[in-house]
Design a protein around this ligand. Structure first.
Ligand code: R5P
Length: 264
């Protein structure tokens, strides 16, 4: 990997700990204005000091993030579908690499839909993006999306998706946590981060998931709803940081959360 790629990746995965807490706020690209992300700028602003990277689309970046920010940007560059449309898997590349360079991003992200009708299309999108990323020194995050078919969220399937993404050249990969996650991480030769998925019942549940993922080989999280749909998003991201960067156990992180929440 050449200097530009490594340098950009090291802005996201912090060399001090080898870990990252990415904040995902790209959901509107197919879900529209979901709960607590109706005004993205308001959601993002208080969380920015605690995010190692922001994952979002160019529209939200331009409209809702101050250009003075030093938080690295992971730009979502796939889409073209919606939750009310025919098939979420039918994604294309929506943003050029030149635009990503203009926006001074640290990485680009796209989803792949392995096992769907659009497997070939989304995997060749990934290969194309990796080639373009190599041209410009911009790392590519492959998101092993499962669309509406969440029942596929098991270790065998996710290990398959992650390995294929790595083989096609993805520089890092975002997947879901699952039972047997060590098999997913253990057979993937590039760094993995986990999505949080839909909001869990409690903050502690999300801390446990993050802790287990790190213990089993993830380098971090790219978490959205379990942070900003919490009634206390700032204490939540602070507690998640303690889990990811300091290896704090979930119960202890939950105490940090409660302490910060009570000061909020
Ligand atoms: C889904 O593909 C989106 O890219 C989100 O970034 C991703 O699901 C992570 O957010 P959450 O933690 O809310 O699942």
């Amino acid at each position: 990997m050449d200097f530009g790629l490594r340098n950009r990746l090291s802005r996201i995965i912090k060399p001090e700990t080898g870990h990252t807490v990415m904040l995902a706020v790209d959901h509107g690209y197919f879900l529209g204005p979901i709960s607590k992300l109706e005004k993205p700028g308001q959601t993002i602003e208080p969380l920015m000091p605690y995010a190692d990277a922001l994952m979002l689309t160019r529209g939200v970046l331009r409209s809702s993030v101050p250009a003075e920010t030093s938080v690295p940007i992971v730009l979502r560059v796939s889409g073209g579908t919606s939750i009310v449309g025919k098939n979420l898997a039918n994604e294309e590349i929506t943003t050029s690499m030149e635009e990503a360079v203009r926006l001074n991003v640290s990485a680009v992200a796209l989803s792949i839909f392995v096992g769907t009708e659009y497997e070939n299309q989304t995997l060749t999108n990934l290969s194309y993006l990796v080639d373009r990323g190599q041209d410009y020194g911009i790392p590519v995050l492959a998101v092993t999306a499962v669309g509406k078919e969440l029942e596929k969220r098991d270790a065998k399937y996710l290990a398959l998706c992650c390995r294929i993404a790595a083989e096609l050249g993805a520089h890092f990969i975002k997947t879901y946590y699952c039972d047997g996650f060590e098999k997913v991480a253990g057979s993937c030769p590039v760094p993995l981060v986990i999505a949080g998925g839909p909001k869990l019942d409690t903050e502690l549940d999300a801390m446990k998931m993050a802790y287990d993922a790190i213990q089993k080989g993830a380098v971090g999280v790219d978490m959205g709803r379990n942070i900003w749909q919490s009634p206390h998003p700032v204490p939540m991201i602070q507690a998640i940081r303690a889990v990811v960067h300091e290896g704090v156990k979930p119960e202890e992180a939950h105490e940090i959360f409660k302490e910060k929440r009570d000061q909020d």
